[in-house]
Write a protein that binds this ligand. Structure first.
Ligand code: GLA
Length: 392
């Protein structure tokens, strides 16, 4: 996150400096993948990479927005914000409009403004650049309006923007991680209750690598929505089974339990729905174990659970792809490598790998070599650090 650069870009664009610059982080998810929308527990790490939004006075009733990384500009009418209807893929315009609409609907007075967006997070890499953008815009707009009254709802307002304006039925993890993620800590978020804590990650001893597969994710949002629908269907079948057996129906799929799932399977639950539910239920169990491991500083065990998570995402949830699988396999068994898995929605995007300090170069080289041999190009692999939002 580079507020200075964003400030300079704004000044060049507008002719005068911004009133303020807000920066919000992206995230990698260490464990708990595809269970946030099933009431599961997730373990994201907010990054020192993200999106910055510089803001200053604008025309009454208008937001003039410039997205530097896309070299694009748009004008939004604050009195007429609505989700796009032309079927084009969602982009920065929709995220900004969605956040502004959520604030206006809650009675936040938004003056006309000029907003310039600049990020250092690779886009479409599964590092949650859209949530970082939403939170940066939320911070810029509310601070510019002089209010902190809506802070308690920040992740929800930004998630709503994603649902209504970008058409992705995402869980709360990314927006929550960008808002509540803190330096040097893994966020443990219970998505059923929204109860959370920050568990220290010893970044002096453990390094986090992110490898971007570079695989385009055009169909990612429709496939994502297919998965959330499968989980809704699985929960409905499990609830029906529970009632048939005289048991309390589960409130969430993540905590429904294996026993009930197997009963439903024996009662005719189709194989595909069983696989999806099996991933969700087993991932929740892995997270619970991983939290104990993290608190006991047992990073070997934590890493094993990351590999197991990847296998489940690949075989049961079917959201991986050959590029992600190869990146994970290329570091398995390597000295000093603790664990690796895909991070985020999948169907492309990034792999996150935990290594002992001093081993990051070897792990990076192993990923690059294996990937180049098989796919003929070198994927970007970076060592990332934790980070949190700030306003300057
Ligand atoms: C995307 C969504 C999140 C979460 C992950 C998968 O990043 O935005 O809510 O579901 O995928 O874990």
């Amino acid at each position: 996150m580079d507020p200075e650069k964003t400030r300079a870009l704004y000044t060049r664009w507008s002719g005068s400096p911004p009133d303020l610059t807000a920066s919000a982080p992206g995230r990698v998810n260490l464990l708990g993948e595809h269970i946030d929308y099933c009431g599961g527990t997730v373990l994201p790490l907010s990054l020192d990479l993200g999106v910055s939004a510089a803001v200053g006075p604008g025309r009454p009733g208008k937001l003039d927005v410039r997205a530097c990384d896309l070299d694009a500009e748009c004008e939004l009418d604050l009195e007429d914000l609505r989700p796009r209807e032309d079927g084009r893929p969602a982009d920065y315009r929709d995220y900004v409009a969605g956040v502004a609409a959520g604030l206006l609907e809650r009675g936040c007075p938004l003056p006309g403004a000029r907003i310039l967006l600049h990020g250092d997070l690779p886009m479409r890499a599964g590092l949650s650049s859209s949530a970082a953008l939403e939170i940066a815009v939320f911070l810029a707009l509310t601070r510019f309006a002089g209010t902190m009254d809506f802070d308690g709802e920040a992740p929800q307002i930004c998630r709503e923007a994603e649902h209504r304006y970008a058409g992705v039925k995402c869980g709360i993890m990314d927006q929550f991680a960008s808002w509540y993620g803190r330096l040097s800590g893994v966020l443990r978020l219970d998505c059923a209750t929204l109860e959370y804590e920050v568990i220290p990650l010893e970044e002096r001893r453990v390094k986090v690598l992110v490898a971007d597969s570079g695989v385009p994710r055009e169909l990612a949002s429709s496939k994502y929505n297919e998965r959330t629908a499968a989980c809704d269907a699985a929960l409905a079948s499990l609830a029906a089974k529970a009632e048939e057996e005289g048991l309390e129906p589960p409130a969430w799929l993540a905590s429904a339990g294996e026993e009930l799932l197997e009963k439903a399977r024996a009662g005719g639950l189709d194989e595909e729905t069983w696989k999806r539910a099996r991933h969700v239920i087993s991932e929740q169990q892995r997270v619970e174990e991983a939290v104990r491991a993290l608190k006991a500083r047992d990073m070997d065990r934590f890493g094993d659970l990351m590999f197991a998570s990847h296998e489940s995402l690949r075989d049961l949830y079917e959201v991986s792809c050959p590029e992600l699988d190869l990146l994970v396999e290329s570091v398995r068994g390597l000295d000093g490598v603790l664990g690796a898995k895909m991070s985020g929605a999948g169907f492309g995007g990034a792999v996150v790998c935990l290594v002992r300090r001093g081993r990051e170069k070897k792990a990076k080289a192993a990923m690059e070599r294996a990937f180049r041999d098989r796919f003929g190009r070198t994927p970007p692999v970076m060592v990332v650090r934790s980070g949190q939002w700030y306003v300057a």
